[in-house]
Ligand binder design. Structure first.
Ligand code: ATP
Ligand code: MG
Ligand code: FE
Length: 337
């Protein structure tokens, strides 16, 4: 079965072709980062218009890469939410129009289910059940994953997401948007021991997170250390990254122990962070747990994860929704496979 996947929830237009026997055949991505950078964040109306411009050329490029034609497609999966309404409507409209013309079914995919299942595109892939740490720009959640659609929320952030904390701290340090990767790069040159930043909710006894205080601590340091020289900026980045990696790692350990699971899976954009991967590799090596990540280029938003999640839904479960888009959508309300 050949599934076309379309992602347009925020500032990336992603299109991919996933074949249930041959795997990922092609994927194309256009990031709008450069377009939004001058505004310091995503401008929803500009995002929607750019998705309209990109989605069909990217689809054609995918088909060409895979040597397939539109009529080879068996189903079309698209991100139905959560995300920006106008941006979501572009993917939903294009997917449903094409499916109508081709007389093929559509699958409405939950964006976070796409992220959550993306490590299954790696080799080796994890088998169910596992603990998943979902760390993206808008979400930070720990979940017990028992199968496709069987997601038990164990804990989540009470304020900012981890990626959001990276981005906001990077902005305070003048590193541009989205600053996660830039902050991480500068941290390589820094001394994490020069400043001590708080580890919010590290000992809260539950699996929830809080990152807004960390951002405020960065703001206070930035004010106290004026004028900021390059070494001080790097040292703040290193201290920030160390704090966030420690909180995420310790909460993963707690979730693994609490559930007795042996496999840990990381998903979402912050999963691309090298320091986080190194920290979790070490944690899992010492305890004989297995740890899995998505391929690096599939950590942030992409069409491959949507095509893949759509294929899983078609094979194992009912559709996650209908034509309507859901800008707000709780992952734990999805039907089980
Ligand atoms: P959501 O999926 O929750 O709706 P999103 O789609 O914006 O949010 P993703 O695309 O999964 O989020 O990830 C983007 C986030 O990942 C950004 O906050 C970005 O700064 C962060 N990020 C990407 N690479 C790195 C890195 N190497 N280190 C730290 N953060 C990173
Ligand atoms: Mg993005
Ligand atoms: Fe995302």
């Amino acid at each position: 079965m050949l599934v076309l996947g379309i992602e347009s929830s925020c500032d990336e237009t992603g299109v991919a072709l996933y074949d249930t026997s041959a795997g990922l055949l092609a994927h194309q991505l256009h990031s709008q980062i450069a377009m939004h950078a001058e505004y310091g964040g995503v401008v929803p109306e500009l995002a929607s218009r750019d998705h309209i411009r990109r989605v069909l050329p990217l689809t054609e490029a995918c088909l060409a890469d895979a040597g397939r034609s539109l009529t080879d497609i068996d189903a079309i999966a698209y991100t139905a939410g959560p995300g920006l309404s106008g941006a979501l409507l572009v993917g939903a409209s294009v997917a449903n129009a094409m499916a109508f013309a081709l007389n093929k079914p559509t699958v409405a995919v939950h964006h976070l289910e796409g992220h959550l299942l993306s490590p299954l595109l790696a080799d080796p892939a994890p088998v169910f059940p596992f603990i998943a740490l979902l760390v993206s720009g808008g979400h930070t959640q720990l979940m017990a994953v028992h199968g496709v659609g069987r997601y038990e929320l164990l804990g989540e952030t009470v304020d900012d997401a981890a990626g959001e904390a990276f981005d906001k701290s990077a902005k305070l340090l003048g590193l541009g948007y989205p600053g996660g990767p830039a902050l991480s790069k500068l941290a390589d040159q820094g001394d994490p021991a020069r400043f001590t930043l708080p580890r919010p909710m590290l000992n809260s006894g539950d699996l929830d997170f809080s990152f807004s205080g960390l951002k405020t601590a960065v703001l206070n340091l930035v004010k106290a250390e004026q004028p900021l020289n390059e070494q001080t900026r790097a040292d703040i980045c290193a201290a920030f990254q160390e704090a966030i990696v420690e909180v995420l790692s310790k909460k993963c350990i707690k979730a693994m122990k609490q559930t007795g699971m042996q496999r840990l899976v990381i998903a979402g954009g912050v999963g691309a962070n090298r320091q986080l991967r190194a920290g979790l590799d070490e944690v899992c090596r010492r305890r004989n747990w297995q740890v899995f990540y998505p391929p690096l280029h599939l950590c942030t938003d992409n069409g491959a994860m949507i095509a893949f999640a759509g294929a899983q839904r078609l094979q194992h479960a009912s559709s996650a929704g209908s034509f309507a888009v859901q800008p707000r959508w709780d992952l734990s309300t999805l039907p089980a496979a």
